[in-house]
Ligand binder design. Sequence first.
Ligand code: SF4
Length: 374
Amino acid sequence: MLLYIHFPFCRSKCAYCDFNSYAGCSDVLVFSYLTALKREIGFAGERFSEGKIDTVYLGGGTPSLLSPGEIESLFRKLSSNFKRYSPVEVTAEVNPESATEDVLLAFRDAGVDRISMGVQSLSDDNLKSIGRVHDATGARRAAERIARVFGNFSLDIIVGLPYDTPSLVRDEVRECGNLAPHVSVYELTLEEGTPLAARAERGEIWLPSEDEVAEYMELAVDVLSEAGAERYEVSNFARRGYECRHNIGYWTREEYLGLGAGAHSLVKTSKEGKALPAEIRFASPKDINAYIGGINCVGSFDDVPRAEMTALSPAEIRAESIMLGARTREGFPESLLSGRKFGRVEEFLRREKGRVSLTRRGMAVMNSVLAEIM
Ligand code: SF4
């Protein structure tokens, strides 16, 4: 089972961010949140006492805002409450301005063996335009600090930012690929309701066109391949052996348990050790106070109020397996296509050893391919 822990606090809110994260919160609120989170961990440990924890991912928000003492106590709670806690990978997300040596050492001492840092860009103009609180030099220094403590770490870059040019993207992706064994490259998504979307709507910023962003992504694939990092998912690149096992688990639809405000879970059902076709997806309330209140007024995992609870039908499970698998190098089982062939779209599909994956050109037009084969 994959375990996701959400820490939803940030120093300030980035202009493009649509994640469940909050800035400017009081220490009292953070304390109350961590208390509720530990209570939920206790409930989950009882409820899933037979569940083996294979990977852990502490995401946010900005988990590097936790103090060394809070990091130690959070991970102690995890390892002491899950009976079968033996993760093969434990990732913590950090941001450059708070990835101090003390925090990194505290993560390492608590059992974290993989760091994922949001760099987003190595252009100060870009970083300023999207409201990041660090500059490019700060990101480089943080990456060097991480490399001194962790052999396994990832750097995130966003392409499609206001000041992106082909040479900027090539240089920053190359630099990240030379520094880190894993790089994630995401295309900027303008999420409705964010300050960046509002500024774009008002014509106050210029953003690259879809074609330009596609070109940047292709550049990233080439540059990272030269640096020895292979694309193993549409946005993720790693040197062999450094692929993120936790995220691979999501794409292959393993069971996952998400704890914390807004966290999602996927739990599969079984009877007498045999898997049943029913799968349940549920999520906690996104609002921090609603989450804390909900946890504090119940006494067991099954009573925790949920913002969402869905039983997935076989058709939904099949559709998800295709959609997620198509994002990955390994693809999905060919049997999910029930022997169908797709005319023009076939040229974007690779069928090998009973699996179907997208070719490089197929990845570039993934949405159209999926629309055809689903
Ligand atoms: S640091 Fe990450 S989670 Fe926090 S506001 Fe920025 S993008 Fe959102």
